[in-house]
Design a protein around this ligand. Structure first.
Ligand code: PDD
Length: 281
């Protein structure tokens, strides 16, 4: 496996970053995950736009130019022969003696780009069966809209899901509204029939897949409501699903052990999934 690290393509076993890298000491950096499908980078522009926004929010400069990064992404995909999978981009504030304040000028941002294959058949099988979700309390900081490397609440939430035999965890705030998943955006088709997902404010990551599905929904004649929904609404929903770069629209068949709708993947989630794959990029 070949990875790109700070200007060089290396065998993974030989690649290294400084122990002073602030991604390591402070989680002081941002990342992106872009899907690779049939060798193509899916929604690349939206991912690079969001990377730009995350970097700007943390006042980290681009480690290399946008066009250079596009080339590196392609090169990493090519060198690892990834037809279906993902590209992982991680940018940090760079390596400097540990001090909470920003490092002195001249310290360059760090950049790691890696790619790996995923089995599309396994993902399709999961979508055909649907997955279980559990709820966990929303304990994250006030800016989940920035895609930072600080993912401890998300890590603990995902593990809580695994421990419960579920695939994903949905964060629920103090007013019982679902914010989003540990690594996905949350959706329901409400009892009234409206496709519903939280508005893209500072309480959730502005999912690239979420934005693409919002754009697709109109063309499918679906009524869309971008607003918060409660756990009670999710229990009463016709269907539920979540979205991310690698899961697209993943049907949710149970929430905290209770079946959603008929307890099987819903037609809206499956239609959105199909439409996402079939549209011209
Ligand atoms: N996760 N919400 C959170 C908290 C996420 O981490 C992600 C992405 C999403 C979905 O965003 P998108 O549609 O742009 O992938 C929502 C990536 C895949 C990850 O952490 O691996």
């Amino acid at each position: 496996r070949i990875v790109y690290v700070n200007g060089r393509y290396r065998e993974q076993a030989e690649a290294s970053v400084s122990v002073d890298d602030r991604a390591f000491t402070f989680g002081d950096g941002v990342y992106e995950v872009c899907e690779v499908h049939d060798g193509a980078l899916i929604e690349e522009t939206r991912h690079l736009d969001r990377l730009d926004r995350s970097l700007a929010a943390l006042r980290i400069g681009w480690p290399i130019g946008r066009e250079a990064l596009r080339l590196v992404m392609r090169e990493v995909v090519r060198r690892n022969r990834v037809a279906h999978g993902l590209v992982y981009i991680q940018a940090s504030r760079g390596a400097a003696r540990r001090d909470h304040g920003f490092p002195p000028p001249g310290v360059r941002p760090g950049l790691v780009v890696a790619a790996r294959s995923l089995d599309p058949a396994a993902i399709a099988a999961r979508a055909a069966a649907g997955v279980a979700v559990v709820t966990v309390p929303e304990v994250r900081w006030a800016r989940p809209d920035i895609k930072t490397l600080q993912l401890l609440p998300n890590v603990l939430a995902k593990q809580a899901a695994r421990d419960a035999g579920a695939y994903e965890a949905w964060f629920v705030d103090r007013d019982n509204f679902v914010t989003e998943g540990a690594s996905t955006n949350a959706w329901i088709v409400s009892a009234g029939g409206a496709l519903t997902t939280r508005q893209a404010d500072d309480s959730i990551l502005h999912g690239v897949t979420r934005a693409a599905l919002v754009a697709i929904a109109g063309g499918l004649g679906l009524t869309l409501e971008t607003r918060p929904f409660t756990v009670a609404e999710a229990f009463a929903a016709r269907e539920a699903f979540f979205s991310s770069a690698t899961t697209i629209a993943m049907p949710v068949v149970s929430l905290d052990g209770r079946p959603i709708g008929e307890g099987k993947p819903g037609p809206v989630a499956l239609a959105l999934r199909r439409a996402f794959r079939e549209r011209a990029e």
